[in-house]
Each structure stands twice: as C-alpha cells, then as structure tokens.
Design a protein around this ligand. Sequence first.
Ligand code: ATP
Ligand code: MG
Length: 392
Amino acid sequence: MNADMIMIHYGELSTKGDNRKAFIACLLHNVRCALKPYGVESKADRDHIYVYLAGKDPKPIFERLKEVAGIQRLSLVMKAEPTLEAMQEAALALLQEEKGAKTFKLDVKRVNKRFPLDSYGISCAVADYVLDHSSLTVDLHEPDARVKITLRVDASYLSCHEELGLGGYPLGMIGKVTMLLSGGIDSPVASYALIRRGIRIECLHFASPPYTSMAVVDKLKDILAKLNVYQSDIKLQVLPFTKIQEAIYDNVPEPYCITTMRRMMIRLAVAMAKKNKCLAVATGESIGQVASQTLESIGVIEEVTNFPILRPLCATDKLSIIETSKRIDTYDISIRPYEDCCTIFKPKKPKTRPHLDECLLYESRFDYESLIQECLAGVETIYFSEGQEVQK
Ligand code: ATP
Ligand code: MG
C-alpha cells in the first residue's frame, strides 16, 4: 500500500473543552503503547494524531489502532508534492488500492490560497485524470471510495480508506472501576464496554471452593488475556467467598439467599473499590435477566451502599451481548462449563420481589461483618499484562 501515514480523528473527544489537551495527551500515550511492537513514530496536533509509517505495512498497524479506545475514525494518508501532477498521481494510486471500488468522490481543501486553481478546479483536474487512467466513475452521493485532498504550501495530503475506530474516550481519562467478573457471558462484555468508554477496570471474583472449582480462575485468566487487547494490564482479585455463602445458607430462608448473597458481594466489592481508589463498582447485570436483576431486587441489593454501582449492560438484550462477546472473542471462553457461586447454591424459587425488612431480619441472625473482614483479608491477586500472567 502507498500510504505514508495513518491519520487518527478524535471525534467525541473534541467536545471536551478544557480537558482537550489532557485527552489528546492520554490518547497519544495509549496509541504509542499499542504501537510499540511496530516501531513507528507518532505526533499529535489539535485535530489529529499522525502515525508515520516509514515504509511499514499499514494494515496490521491500522487494525491495531481499531482496538484503541478514544479513536473515532482513522484513515490512510499519502503525502505528495504540492503540484497538480503529484495530486493526480497520488489520488489514482490511492483509489487503485481500494479493492472492489467502482465509484469515487474527491473532497478538496485548498489551504494554500496562492495556488492557481481553486478547490473546484483542482477537483475537476484530478477527477479527469483518474477517469482517464482507470475504469472508475464519479458518484457524488454514495461513492465506494472517497479521497480527501488537503493542499498546503509545503505539500499535499491525500487521505482515503476511512474506517470507524472503537469510539469512546482514551483509556485512563475517566478513572478506575472495580468490575465484578464472574466467568459468564455478560461480565466480560460489560468490562469491554467500560474500557471502551475510557474507564480502567480492576476485576474482582468471588470463589467458593470446594463448591466451585478453581478451574474458573483459569477461565478468568483466558478472559483477561482477551481484554488485554483493549486494556494492556488488568488486575484480578479473587476473594474466598465460601464461609459467607455457608453462613447465608445456614441463616437465610432459601428464597432470600440470592438477594442476601448479592448484598454481601456488593459490601465486599465496595470495600475493595475504596481500598484500591476505584470510583465505582460495576457488574454485568442486565435488567430482568434473572431473579436478582429485577428492579425490585436491584433496589434491595443496592441498599447496602451509597457508593456508585454501574451496570453498563442494564438495558442491553442478551442477543446483542452475545454478539459483542463473539466480536471481542470471549464467547467461547464464557460458555465453557463452570460452576459459579450463583448457580451452585441456586434456590428453586428465588424471590423476584424481595422485601428489605425481611433481608435485614435474616442478616441480623449472623455476624456477617466479621466474615466480611475475614474474606477481605484472604484476597489473592493475579496480574495480567499483554495477554500473559505476570508477577508483581
Ligand atoms: P455473567 O454472564 O456475567 O455471569 P449472569 O447473567 O450469569 O452474568 P449473574 O450470575 O446473576 O448473571 O451475575 C450478575 C453479575 O454479578 C455478573 O455479571 C457479575 O458482574 C457479578 N457476579 C456474579 N457472580 C460473580 C462471582 N462469582 N464473582 C464476581 N462477580 C460475580
Ligand atoms: Mg454468572
């Protein structure tokens, strides 16, 4: 391919006013980290980040950039002399790279006002050249390929092959969240949604050995490796949940077990979030999906805290969640059989509309505070970086 640069468009980021500089610096940092293996240089200005290809194949670099949060659009750019002949040849070369394109449109911006032709004149002259030297035709409304030409004094820049990036905000700009990762389909997708929005995640898992197998941790590691594509390092904290779960089943009537268990999970998650300076707790819950995810249940569960709880998938349909999990490649890992602490103790008739006063009554029957402290003290931490477990 003939491209000299990849041009990154910020999109939503440009609405950020005073924060703009910080956003651009953060995105540039993230772009440089993602492109480290490719040995290319990059530079940012007010409107774009430019990645200089220096003869390298743009394809893998372009694809990698599509996984970086905060990039709205990206396109390939060719630098040419600021002459009509050079623009004509470059436009033709770029369009010939657009496999399958039958029609094209040119968009000309003339920054160098001293150039003898105006932008319409340049557009006609370049289009005529392309028409004469290829089988392409012009379509101003729905072209298969677009070439943008910016003519400056020192050079002309021609860009084409524009694609959408991940969107969202640069990772790290919005703070850090404690994400409850279960091993099911939903929580990895919720994790991805947060990262895409620029929110850094730390994961928390409640393990209930021997009722649940520790093989779930291997499953979680495989999920973390996939999420590393979007956030290059992620911490997973595993909490020993067995004693709390046993105490619940000894003291709480079956229909209220799940609600009580969720209340305990939130208490633990909030404690961990505060300890790690995370600004919220997040889950993969989707309203109405199961008994514990009715609005009534959510109300009773959230009563344990006034700390923010995020549910990125709260209004997302299961089919669409599955579609995303396939796209980010976590689906096949998530559907591997495993036993979660939610499924292993699953009551036959969980309460879909629990009452807070009943919950409080059952919780007063045992000293859950000290069990919570004991659970927090037993945390085990695993670090995942660039798809590999690392020691810290
Ligand atoms: P998922 O596919 O994410 O497991 P789910 O539909 O199975 O979701 P639940 O099992 O009710 O739903 O769990 C809802 C959310 O609670 C999960 O998305 C996750 O955020 C959290 N959660 C459930 N079990 C655990 C666990 N063992 N450790 C950490 N978080 C959990
Ligand atoms: Mg689950």
